[in-house]
Design a protein around this ligand. Structure first.
Ligand code: HEC
Length: 195
């Protein structure tokens, strides 16, 4: 459609079984998109895949699940921070997502994104400082420990269920494998299911 007269087609200098090719360069728009996608890929990688909490599709999904579940608090009433409730909620995926977002927004700075421990202890191993039974997790979260080195969360949560759900989530971290586990602290304790 161009007003220019068509340039004389240029043949490449090879011939395979008598088949010859025109030397047609790829169109400019194609090369432009090609370079754009090469340039875009590392930016995308850096934004979504360097482990920043809350950016991956999976994290976003978890947050939305948690928001939806929080709206359903009236179904479950106010949870008791007791053994039975914790063991029960350790198996409830949707409600654990609420616990996980509470964890992600309040606990990562001291316990690590995967519970491996930073300033605070490793929450994935069998050694615990203030915990012997699963319900002790909720107590430590409510009241804090070591004179506030572990803060008390009782008055900082928007709903008491958040404490119970984050405690159930923490209980599920035990036995998982963090990227950089902090060395053991405290004493070995029996599995949560042991009375
Ligand atoms: C400012 C840092 C900090 C934050 C934030 C923090 N913790 Fe801790 N946490 C600690 C420290 C330090 C300890 C160890 C206390 C001790 O030495 O007895 C601890 C202990 C614990 C324990 C008991 C571990 C054990 O071995 O007995 C649990 C459970 C726990 N934290 C859960 C949480 C949860 C859940 C959150 C978020 C709601 C949280 N922590 C936020 C610092 C923190």
């Amino acid at each position: 459609m161009s007003s220019e007269p068509a340039a004389e087609p240029v043949l490449t200098d090879h011939s395979y079984d008598g088949i010859q090719e025109y030397d047609n360069p790829l169109p400019g728009w194609w090369k432009f998109l090609f370079w754009c996608s090469i340039f875009f890929a590392p930016l995308y990688l850096m934004y979504y895949h360097t482990g920043v909490q809350g950016r991956s599709i999976e994290d976003k999904y978890g947050q939305e699940m948690a928001d939806i579940f929080e709206l359903r608090y009236q179904e479950i009433g106010v949870l008791e921070p007791d053994r039975e409730t914790l063991l029960e909620y350790m198996d409830k995926e949707g409600w654990l997502a609420v616990g996980e977002t509470v964890y992600n927004s309040n606990c990562i700075s001291c316990h690590g994104a995967d519970g491996g421990g930073l300033v605070g202890p490793n929450l994935t191993d069998d050694h615990w400082k203030n915990v012997r039974k699963v319900e002790d997790i909720a107590t430590v979260i409510q009241d804090g420990a070591a004179n506030g080195a572990m803060p008390a969360w009782k008055t900082r949560m928007s709903h008491p269920n958040q404490i119970v759900l984050v405690a159930a989530y923490v209980a599920t971290l035990r036995g998982t494998t963090p990227a950089k586990p902090k060395e053991k602290e405290g004493n070995p304790i029996p599995p949560w299911s042991n009375e």
